[in-house]
Design a protein around this ligand. Structure first.
Ligand code: LLP
Length: 424
């Protein structure tokens, strides 16, 4: 019996569809499967609901804020987590009511907060004491306020995406959190509960389990010490995904059993019965998309053979930033496999995917698909070397494909320039 936890059901393109999309929209191309994404959201929500009736899922839009993605997440019943005014504006442009959005950030400016409040943001997740004073001066009465806590748990993930440990710029540490609750009450701020997010791409759920338990215990402690009753607790996102065959992330069901179970246990008998929230990004969208590249130069050197594709660092900085690994698949497999290094076009080493198995006769013009690129690729893309950022195609459930974001144009590439005339 195949173990559900190791089943690989990542979205991937068949050769015929890949050819068609590459011809129609060009490469590099992000391709998102609508059906795959919808079913991931449904499964996540159902798994949460099964463990905690009324549990609310906010989609963390930093993972992928293409408007079509935001609109689909909202249509599946997600709230939207935004971490900047830009992400809020994207959600609005996708037709999402600001009332359904949570506003995050460790250094929100008065302008950002003023904008979010004027639009009727649903919830502000406050990070620090000065933000509480700022919110008070701006008049936050009409929305809901949640305090972000730093639970001091240290997850096993890349240090750059770990946020819950004690030494962190995020949230109120154990010293300041009770005082922050008291400050909220003395300022008359509309505090409803607490939040934490401990890290990302977590294969071992220990940190989130610890975070959920910490939130629950803190809510009880605060109630006992101050009389404040939390009605909302959100333990963030962070569930890992399958980038390569060696990643074996938990299923949504297992994960929810563990993380929500920790909160339930800690709350049992306390008299507190909060709404629970989660904020997954990567685990909802990453496996629902691929990047399609076309092979250009194939160059053997004594140590290896480089296969250069028509994108790279600018459309996927994760290998360079985090040493991230991906599965790369050719779209034909006539020849027996051999090992290659896939590199990008950029003027630096730009090694994308090391030690990849491709057909031995891989040649210019072939298409490659890179799996699991739905999260933190498009949103982290850049114009390095003045490459236009790629288009995104959405594969609809009826098999048709629509472009949901076009490739950047050369005019856009230069649109922000303000060259003094005497320099021309
Ligand atoms: N909530 C908060 C407050 C967060 O900071 C994050 C991610 C999430 C939710 C969603 O976490 P997820 O479920 O996607 O793990 N650029 C990095 C990832 C940074 C994640 C930052 N925060 C990467 O490419 O791996």
């Amino acid at each position: 019996v195949p173990d559900e936890s190791v089943r690989d059901d990542r979205f991937r393109l068949d050769a015929e569809t890949a050819d068609r999309l590459a011809a129609e929209f060009g490469t590099p191309l992000y391709v998102i499967s609508e059906g795959h994404f919808r079913s991931r959201i449904r499964r996540y929500r159902a798994a949460f609901e099964a463990e905690w009736p009324g549990g609310q899922v906010a989609y963390a839009s930093k993972a992928n804020s293409t408007l079509a993605v935001l609109a689909i997440a909202a249509s599946e019943g997600c709230q939207i987590d935004v971490a900047s005014e830009g992400e809020l504006r994207a959600a609005q442009a996708a037709g999402v009511e600001p009332a359904r959005c949570h506003f995050h950030g460790n250094n929100k400016t008065a302008e950002e907060l003023r904008y979010a409040l004027s639009q009727g943001i649903g919830m502000v997740v406050a990070d620090n004491e000065s933000e509480l004073h700022l919110l008070h001066s701006l008049g936050i009465a009409a929305t809901k306020l949640v305090l972000r806590l730093a639970p001091g748990v240290d997850p096993k993930t890349d240090a750059k995406i770990s946020t819950g440990q004690a030494d962190t710029k995020f949230g109120f540490g154990s010293g300041g959190a009770v005082a922050a609750v008291e400050l909220c009450r003395s300022l008359g701020l509309p505090l409803i509960g607490f939040h934490c997010h401990v890290g990302s791409q977590l294969i071992d759920p220990e940190a989130q389990r610890g975070g959920a338990e910490y939130l629950a215990r803190f809510a009880i402690e605060v109630r006992d010490r101050t009389g404040f009753t939390a009605t909302y607790l959100n333990f963030g996102g962070g569930l890992g995904v399958r980038y390569t065959g060696i990643d074996a992330p938990l299923t949504f069901e297992e994960y929810n059993r563990i993380a929500v179970g920790a909160a339930r246990e800690a709350l049992a008998g306390s008299g507190l019965d909060p709404v629970l929230g989660q904020e997954p990004g990567r685990s909802l969208i990453a496996e629902s998309a691929v990047t399609l590249y076309r092979v250009g130069v194939v160059k053997p050197v004594p140590q290896r053979t480089y296969v250069s594709v028509d994108g790279g660092l600018s459309d996927n900085p994760r290998p360079a930033m985090y040493g991230a690994r991906y599965d790369v698949r050719a779209l034909r497999d006539e020849a027996p496999p051999a090992r290659f290094t896939v590199s990008g076009k950029h003027c630096e080493t730009d090694l994308l995917f090391l030690d990849v198995e491709l057909p031995a006769d891989i040649r210019p013009g072939d298409l490659l698909q890179v799996l699991t690129t739905g999260a933190y690729n498009a949103t982290m893309a850049s114009n390095y070397n003045r490459y236009p950022r790629p288009a995104t195609a959405l594969l609809r459930e009826d098999g048709s494909a629509v472009r949901v974001q076009r490739r950047e144009t050369w005019d856009e590439m230069l649109a922000r320039e303000e060259l003094p005339e005497d320099l021309l």
